[in-house]
Ligand binder design. Structure first.
Ligand code: PLP
Length: 372
């Protein structure tokens, strides 16, 4: 089976560990073990729990405690609607592997995580791209979506909040997409890995799983929960989809690891504290980025409404990759070129990492812009 190279992963593998100021990171700055157990008030007791743990495969589909915690992130879901996966990347891959057949029409937004169009393409699906454009604040054009669906449409793939643009669809907008999906009985897969860190309100937008009887939500501990090292994600979906996924999952996962399961429970049971930190960081860092952009005549953007990333437009006579490589070489500052995301003309910044790194990094970018 042939598949396109995963552009953003290749870029990250090449440069992530060779830069001084990483402004390409998409996770809210990851927590140390110490920070996690301290935030959870478990510093004195976690070692006893771990020492007593017999390291079997554990609960195959995730412990009941973990699956109940995951279900409680949604309003309409039970344990039976959940299954634990190797990160959101594993969750997405399993959904595509389980539901997509050759010839099925799959409509995916772009830009998004490349899995969502390259995997179904590799399965021989009829993949149609729903472009998110700057003039629509990077939200889907609903008329265009309506024109793309047909009776053969198996799934519409969304990403809310969106990586890389930071755009956010609210409940009313999502319900209009649900109406279109219902008209052709299609699933909606919504990659919600950045859910919980909106720039306003309580920070959490409604999930597609709670809005639509054929809605599938994928998410993980990596981004808003700052625990990518756990490699723990999940699928929330109608029970019959979970059963079909479990059949495929038996061939590639077994289980996710008891220690990861235990730590994810700890984090989810202390979600107010962890998401509180994440919301403060993303809101404060975006204010810093916004102030920098207002002062930089060569940079413009559509201000993100959520997530950890956004697309910047640089008024420079270079393509995005040449610009990013030259910036890295000259100043040690790392962005992600739009070309790695099938979005030439833009550069992606992650604004949820360490604020000092971002402040120094942006200053160096300003210097670079005066030198080229
Ligand atoms: C939209 C999106 N989905 C999924 C993933 C994979 O996340 P995880 O670390 O949970 O596997 C990423 C990571 O960058 C992402 O941006």
């Amino acid at each position: 089976m042939k598949i396109r190279e995963f552009g953003v992963e290749i870029w990250m593998n090449e440069y992530e560990n060779n830069c001084d100021y990483n402004l390409a990171e998409t996770c809210v700055e990851s927590l140390t073990f110490d920070q996690l157990v301290t935030m959870a008030g478990k510093k004195d007791s976690f070692a006893d729990d771990l020492l007593a743990m017999k390291l079997t495969y554990g609960a195959i589909e995730g412990s009941d405690r973990l699956r109940d915690n995951i279900a409680s992130l949604y309003t309409e879901q039970k344990r039976e609607n959940t299954i634990v996966t190797h990160g959101a990347i594993g969750a997405n891959a399993l959904i595509h592997e389980t539901l997509v057949n050759p010839g099925d029409r799959i409509i995916s937004v772009l830009p998004t995580y490349q899995q969502h169009y390259s995997i179904p393409e590799s399965y021989g699906a009829d993949v149609q791209i729903l472009s998110l454009r700057e003039e629509n604040a990077f939200l889907p054009d609903l008329e265009e979506l309506a024109s793309l669906v047909n009776d053969n449409t198996k799934m519409i793939v969304l990403n809310n909040p969106n990586n890389p643009t930071g755009s956010l669809m609210d409940a009313d907008f999502l319900l209009k997409i649900v109406e279109i999906a219902r008209s052709c009985d299609a699933y909606i897969l919504c990659d919600e890995v950045y859910r919980g860190i909106d720039q306003s309100g309580d920070g959490t937008t409604v999930s597609i799983a709670d809005l639509y009887e054929k809605g599938i939500s994928t998410s993980s501990m990596s981004k808003a929960f700052s625990l990518a090292g756990l490699r723990l994600g999940w699928i929330v979906a109608p029970e019959e989809v979970i059963h079909q996924v479990a059949i495929h999952r038996d061939y590639n996962t077994i289980s996710v690891g008891m220690i990861n399961d235990y730590l994810a429970c700890m984090a989810l049971e202390n979600r107010e504290t962890i998401l509180g930190r994440s919301k403060s960081m993303t809101r404060e860092n975006l204010a810093l980025l916004d102030a920098w952009i207002q002062d930089e005549p060569k940079v413009s953007y559509i201000k993100p409404q959520s997530g950890t990333t956004t697309l910047l437009k640089f008024d420079v006579p270079m393509n995005s990759r040449d610009f990013c490589v030259a910036l890295l070489k000259a100043k040690g500052v790392m962005f992600t070129p739009g070309s790695a995301l099938d979005m030439e003309g833009y550069v992606r910044i992650g604004f949820a990492n360490n604020p000092e790194v971002m402040a120094v990094g942006l200053k160096l970018v300003s210097e670079f812009l005066t030198e080229i």
